[in-house]
Design a protein around this ligand. Sequence first.
Ligand code: MTE
Ligand code: MO
Length: 376
Amino acid sequence: DPYCNDPRRHAALKPASVKPFNAELPPSLLVESFLTPNELFYVRNHLPVPEVDVSAYELEIEAEGTKKTVILTYEELKKFPKHTVTATIMCAGNRRSEMTKVKTVKGLDWGAAAIGNATWSGARLRDVLRLAGIDEDSKEFNHVQFEGLDMDPTGKPYGASIPFWKAVDKRGDVILAYEMNGQPIPRDHGYPIRAIVPGIVGARNVKWLGKIVVSKEESDSHWQQNDYKGFSPSTDWDTVDFTKSPAIQELPVISAICKPSPGQTVTVVDNHILVQGYAWSGGGQKIVRVDVTIDGGNSWHVATFDHQDETPSPQHWAWTLWSARIPIPKGSKNIEIWAKAVDSSYNTQPESFKNIWNLRGVLSNAYHRVPAELKW
Ligand code: MTE
Ligand code: MO
C-alpha cells in the first residue's frame, strides 16, 4: 500500500476520499477562527505523502536553456530573509457538490470547506531566483514550474506552473514556505518546503517542493495541461479540448454561509437569526461587501466583517469572515439563506450554477444557498 506511511489526521476532517487523502472540515468549524489551525486545514493530495528527511533535502533550481542548476538545502533556504504572508488557499473544486446537482460533474465531492487561511513564512521566491542568476526583467522566461516530491507509480511527480511575472513580482508575495502558522509545515501540507502563491488557485501551491524550472513554457504536467481549466456549460467529455482553455491561476470571487449549515434547525432570538461565513477573491482583491437575503433577493442585508486584514488590493490574500443578524418575519418556518460577495474590482458572484456549469466542476462560485428550518 503506497499510502501506508501517510500521516495521521484529525478526526474532525471529513474525508472526500481516503487514498489519496482528501478531506474538509464541517463548515461550522471553519469560521471559528481567522487562522485555520494546521491540523484542521483541508487536505488535497493527489498521491501518497512523500517521506522527506530534511537533513538530506535538496531543492533544485534550473533556468531552462542555460544548463545552470543551483541546489539549495533546507538550512540554506532558511538563511534568506524570512517573509511572512497571511494567505487563503482554496481548491478550484471548492463547492463542487452544489454544481453537480445541476448536472453531474467529474471530481471530488467538495462542500464549502475546501479552503483555509494561514500565515506562511519562508524565503521569497524572487530572492531565491535572483541568487540563481535569474534577472527579473528577463524576456527569456514566461513561467516558473514547480515539481513535487510526490510521484505517481510511473515516477512522474505532481507539477504545476505560475506566470514568471507573479514569481518575481515584489508585490506578488510568492514564498518557499517552511512554516505554517508559526510551526514547521505539517507533512500533509508540504513538509519541509511548499510554494505559497497567494491569490492563485490551490493547485499551483505545490507541496513537498523538489524542483523549480524557470522556462518559456508552462509545466507539461497533467494538472497544468489537462485539468484545472474552465469550459462552456455546453462542452462535454466528447467535445472537450483541454488545449483550448487557459490553466486556472487567479480564482473568481466566492463566499459561503458556514453557520447555519445546510438543513440545520436555527433558533430565532428576538426575531433575528445569526448567519456567518467567509468571502474571498483571487488575485489579491479585497472583499468590499457581502449581501445576504432570506426572501429570494427582494431585500438584502449587508453583512458585518468580523475579521478582515488591513492589506490593500491587490495584495489582499486572506479571506474575510463575516456575519449578519437577519430579521425574521413572524411565523416563518422554512427559509433559504443566500449570500454573495463583492470584491474590490466590483466583481460579484453569479446567481446560479446553470450558466457557469463546467464538466470538471471547478470555479463553482454561484450564490451560496442554505435552507434552514426555524425554531421559535
Ligand atoms: N502539491 C503536490 N506536490 N501534490 C498535490 O497533490 N495538490 C494541490 C496543491 N499542491 C497537490 C499539491 C491542490 S489541487 C490543492 S487544492 C492544494 O495543494 C491543497 O493544499 P492543502 O492540502 O495544504 O490544503
Ligand atoms: Mo485543488
